[in-house]
Design a protein around this ligand. Structure first.
Ligand code: MRU
Length: 348
């Protein structure tokens, strides 16, 4: 299984996801800024993977400080958190991870030794990574039960696999778990314009596992649902509001509408760290607008008139009424999502 990153004591190795599938190039990040830029330029992407990379960025920064204690380090630490928060706005896992590490920092006093701080931040990053992996496996196991033992033809969007997480994946984790149980007949992969996470990354992961798949352009999903058998759509998420409205890679919303029209169940798979219960509904989720170049160019070649304008929202919000269920590491949340999400945050 491919991994997005590997921490090596004094640097963080990131597989350059911009170069996949044809080139496997690992980038060595030695500073917090290296990691921040790698998140911004999508060397590492996918909501849970961004959060883990950011946690290791905080670790890297501690390696470059001469501080003796918390009093001497705290301003820099909070500046670091701000820098990481400014990288990408939509996936809440990043903000949740930074909030958790700041809660740990609340327990430090001015005289807490730098040695202790360093150990705590490293332990935090390692735990985040391990927890994400086990959450993905639990999501996969709960999701696979939806099949009821029947072989499925599944459609998915974007990349939600081991490259987008600490390993195994969320929606792709469900597909992986189904495959492990012999329950995947076929996977339909949306190519996922404009960044092509589906054709470049999801197809790459499925091929490595020997899972049968085909790629279609995003706008062919309706045609395929009308003319072929699709039993289930499963996608990931970047932020889920308190009512279940879900921000995910742009194109997810149209896919959900198409699934509804064809009576195909539409599930979202995501760990609790992707929920944002402070946000009441999807309209409040900040949506990243990326460069028009990603739309106007293909492999660096302009494919539109010179000076053409383009809109490039990187995510959209699928209203909760289009979602059949939310697959989490605690089980599958059913409607009404509001109370189910409240309950999710009351258990441990
Ligand atoms: O822009 P990206 O590639 O970071 O967007 C990724 C997605 O939208 C994924 O579907 C989402 O982060 C879930 S990843 C487990």
């Amino acid at each position: 299984m491919y991994t997005a990153m590997s921490f090596q004591d004094d640097h963080l190795k990131l597989i350059d996801q911009k170069r996949l599938p044809h080139e496997e190039i690992w980038i060595d990040c030695r500073s917090l800024e290296d990691v921040a830029q790698s998140i911004e330029n999508m060397t590492v992407r996918g909501a849970p993977a961004i959060a883990t990379a950011a946690a290791y960025a905080l670790v890297l920064d501690t390696l470059h400080s001469q501080a003796a204690n918390w009093k001497q380090y705290k301003d820099r630490f909070f500046e670091n958190c701000k820098r990481l928060q400014a990288t990408r706005p939509t996936a809440v896992n990043l903000f949740n991870a930074l909030h958790s590490v700041r809660c740990i920092a609340d327990l430090w006093t001015d005289s807490t030794s730098f040695d202790q701080i360093q150990k705590h931040i490293l332990a935090f990053a390692k735990e985040l990574e391990l927890a994400d992996l086990s959450n993905c496996k639990a999501i996969g196991a709960f999701g696979a039960k939806l099949a009821g033992g029947k072989k499925l033809r599944v459609m998915t969007h974007c990349n939600t696999g081991s490259l987008a997480t600490a390993g195994y994946g969320t929606a792709l984790g469900v597909i992986r778990a189904l495959h492990e149980q012999g329950l995947i007949e076929h996977v339909y992969v949306d190519e996922t314009r404009p960044y092509l996470q589906g054709s470049r990354l999801t197809a790459f992961e499925l091929a490595a596992e020997g899972i049968p798949y085909s790629i279609q352009i995003d706008s062919a999903a309706a045609y395929i649902m009308k003319h072929e058998r699709v039993d289930l759509v499963v996608v990931g998420a970047d932020r889920i509001a308190a009512n279940g409205d879900t921000a995910n890679k742009v194109g997810t919303y149209s896919l959900a509408i198409v699934a509804k029209h064809h009576n195909v169940p539409f599930y979202v798979a995501a760990p609790r760290s992707t929920f944002d219960p402070k946000i009441m509904h999807g309209d409040q989720i900040p949506i990243e607008m990326r460069s028009p170049k990603e739309v106007l160019e293909h492999a660096g070649i302009l494919v539109a008139p010179a000076r053409a304008e383009a809109r490039n929202p990187s995510f959209d919000v699928t209203p909760s009424e289009l979602i059949s269920g939310l697959i989490t590491e605690f089980g599958v949340l059913q409607k009404p999502f509001g109370p189910a999400i409240q309950k999710l945050f009351s258990q441990d």
